[in-house]
Design a protein around this ligand. Structure first.
Ligand SMILES: CC(C)(COP(=O)(O)OP(=O)(O)OC[C@H]1O[C@@H](n2cnc3c(N)ncnc32)[C@H](O)[C@@H]1OP(=O)(O)O)[C@@H](O)C(=O)NCCC(=O)NCCS
Length: 215
C-alpha cells in the first residue's frame, strides 16, 4: 500500500490527488493549515496541519508533494519537508508524454495531456499544468508554473519562480527571467527581464513585480 501526502487542500490539490491515483499511488491524504475546520477535499480526507505533516502525525505516508500554486511558498514548504527528511514525490499523470531524454526534478507535477520533449530540463517543484507543452531543450529553473494549455517552443529558458499563464505561448529560444508573470494568452517573442509581469500579443511589460500573492 503506497500512500501519498499532499500539502494544500485546494482545487489544484484535487488535480494532484487524481493524477497520483491514476499514476499508481494507492491512497492520498491532505494536510492543510485550515485543518481541523477543513476535514475534506473532494473525496479525500484532510488529516492535519503542516506541523503535523512535518512530525508525520496522522496516517503514515511514503512520500509527499506540495500542491500550493504560489511558487515561492511551494518551494519554501518543499525545503521544510526535505529538512524533516520526508521524501518528495513527482507526480506524472499517465497521459502525460515525457521524453525519456527529458528530466523532471523532485516534487514536480505533470498533469493530463502535458508533453515534455527531448532534452528538456525541468527543475524541482515545477507545475506542468493540464495540456501544457515544454518543447525540446527547454530549461525550467525551480518552482516554475506552466499553466493549462501554455506552450513553450524549443530552447526556452524560464527563471526560478516564473509563471506562464493559461494559454500563453513563448517563441523558441526566448529567455524569461526569475519571478516573471506571463499573463493569460500572451505571446512572448523576446527576452523578458526578472521580476516583471508581461501581457498581450506581443507581450509587453504591464508592471514591475511578478507573480501576484494569490496563487
Ligand atoms: C496578468 C495578470 C497576473 C494581471 O493580473 P492583475 O495584476 O490583477 O491585473 P488586472 O486584472 O488588474 O489588470 C490590469 C490591466 O491589465 C490588463 N490585463 C490583465 N491581464 C491581461 C492579460 N492576460 N492580457 C492582456 N491584458 C491583461 C487588464 O485588462 C487591465 O487593463 P486596464 O488597466 O487597461 O483596464 C492576470 O490577469 C493573468 O493573466 N493571470 C494569469 C492567470 C492564469 O493563468 N491562471 C491559470 C491558473 S492554473
Amino acid at each position: 500500500m503506497k500512500r501519498l501526502a499532499i500539502l494544500g487542500a485546494s482545487g489544484h490539490g484535487k488535480v494532484v490527488a487524481d493524477a497520483a491515483l491514476c499514476a499508481g499511488w494507492d491512497e492520498v491524504c491532505f494536510f492543510d493549515d485550515a485543518w481541523p475546520r477543513l476535514s475534506g477535499n473532494g473525496p479525500w480526507p484532510v488529516v492535519g496541519a503542516f506541523a503535523e505533516m512535518l512530525r508525520r502525525r496522522g496516517p503514515a505516508f511514503d512520500a509527499a508533494v506540495v500542491a500550493i500554486g504560489h511558487n515561492e511558498t511551494r518551494l519554501a514548504k518543499m525545503a521544510a519537508l526535505a529538512d524533516a527528511g520526508i521524501p518528495l514525490a513527482t507526480v506524472v499523470h499517465p497521459s502525460a508524454v515525457i521524453s525519456q531524454y527529458a528530466r523532471l526534478g523532485e516534487g514536480c507535477v505533470a498533469f493530463a495531456g502535458t508533453v515534455v520533449n527531448v532534452g528538456a530540463e525541468v527543475g524541482d517543484g515545477c507545475i506542468l499544468n493540464t495540456g501544457a507543452t515544454v518543447d525540446h531543450d527547454c530549461r525550467l529553473d525551480e518552482g516554475v508554473h506552466v499553466s493549462p494549455g501554455a506552450n513553450l517552443a524549443g530552447g526556452v529558458v524560464l527563471g526560478a519562480g516564473s509563471w506562464v499563464g493559461i494559454g500563453a505561448s513563448v517563441r523558441q529560444g526566448v529567455t524569461i527571467g526569475r519571478n516573471v508573470m506571463v499573463g493569460a494568452g500572451a505571446a512572448v517573442v523576446s527576452n523578458i527581464p526578472d521580476n516583471v509581469t508581461v501581457v498581450g500579443v506581443p507581450a509587453r511589460v504591464l508592471r514591475v513585480g511578478g507573480e501576484p500573492d494569490r496563487g
